[in-house]
Ligand binder design. Structure first.
Ligand SMILES: NC(=O)c1ccc[n+]([C@@H]2O[C@H](COP(=O)([O-])OP(=O)(O)OC[C@H]3O[C@@H](n4cnc5c(N)ncnc54)[C@H](OP(=O)(O)O)[C@@H]3O)[C@@H](O)[C@H]2O)c1
Length: 256
């Protein structure tokens, strides 16, 4: 049974893997057997994730680039294909919100979020798909958010970008399915990552508890609670699953 979850021989690129959910998912893919290429903008951060994977007995390489930098992102994918022979799994995880209300956000602040959470994911998927389609096997996993489904105040750009990312997931699934490439998304709820866009929210204990009570499980998610979802979608266990959004939110979106 565990064989269908094996990623032995596969190469995965995890964007935004220096900390938080990306780091946890990178470790999980490596534990399942993949060689994980760890990305982020900050060299020191991705080096730590790479070393953690190696210390756990896994295989990893680090490559620093900003996912919104078209030239560097394309070059990184080409380098992986050349140096490691193939890129089989892309996890579009790098992303964030800037907590601006629609009223106060400038065009630049709107565009920044659309660029990192949607446009960059499209370009990486497009570039990575070339080799995947040629080989007839690929997995693209887009990290969306529960905010694609239910909105929070001061988050219009983020909600729009993540909803767009889920639409893109369906469109690419339809376009590339017959070519052996599946495209799915994971929509996490509120997760306890150490230092991210929700740090100020979690610092307010009343709000923190309010978000916990909004879920069916009455708690925030832990950073490693996407591990099962990402290994499933990256492996042959999900062979007949494409264009779907796996919601991992402790039941927040099904609760009144
Ligand atoms: N945590 C949650 O509760 C939650 C809930 C729903 C969805 N999500 C989504 O899950 C993903 C990860 O969230 P997280 O909470 O783990 O975030 P995080 O802790 O802030 O980590 C974000 C990671 O992305 C990297 N990054 C940011 N912008 C980048 C860029 N332009 N190019 C390359 N790397 C970049 C950061 O590293 P550098 O700073 O070194 O670049 C870091 O490794 C995001 O897409 C987020 O929207 C998170």
């Amino acid at each position: 049974m565990t064989k269908i979850f094996s990623l032995d021989g596969k190469v995965a690129l995890m964007t935004g893997a220096s900390r938080g959910l990306g780091r946890a998912m990178a470790l999980a893919l490596a534990a399942a057997g993949a060689h994980v290429v760890v990305n982020g903008r900050n060299e020191a951060g991705i080096e730590k994730t790479k070393q953690a994977i190696i210390a756990a007995g896994g295989k990893a390489t680090a490559t620093a680039f900003d996912t919104t930098d078209i030239v560097k992102a394309d070059a990184a994918i080409d380098r992986i294909e050349k140096e490691l022979g193939h890129l089989d799994i892309l996890v579009n995880n790098a992303g964030y919100g800037n907590a601006k209300t629609a009223t106060e956000a400038t065009n630049a602040e709107w565009n920044e979020i659309i660029e990192v959470d949607l446009n960059a994911c499209f370009r990486l998927a497009k570039r990575a798909s070339v080799g995947m389609i040629r080989r007839g096997w690929g997995r693209i996993i887009n990290i969306s958010s529960i905010n694609a489904h239910i909105a929070r105040e001061a988050n219009a750009n983020y909600c729009a970008a993540k909803a767009g990312l889920e639409g893109l997931t369906r469109a690419l699934a339809v376009e590339w399915g017959a070519k052996g490439v599946t495209v799915n998304a994971i929509a996490p709820g509120y997760m306890m990552t150490p230092d991210n866009m929700d740090t100020p929210l979690r610092a307010d204990l009343e709000k923190r508890e309010w978000f916990a009570q909004r879920t069916a499980l009455k708690r925030w998610g832990q950073a490693d609670e996407l591990d099962g979802a990402v290994v499933y979608l990256a492996s042959n266990a999900s062979a007949y699953c494409t264009g779907t959004v796996l919601i991992v939110d402790g039941g927040m979106s099904v609760k009144i």
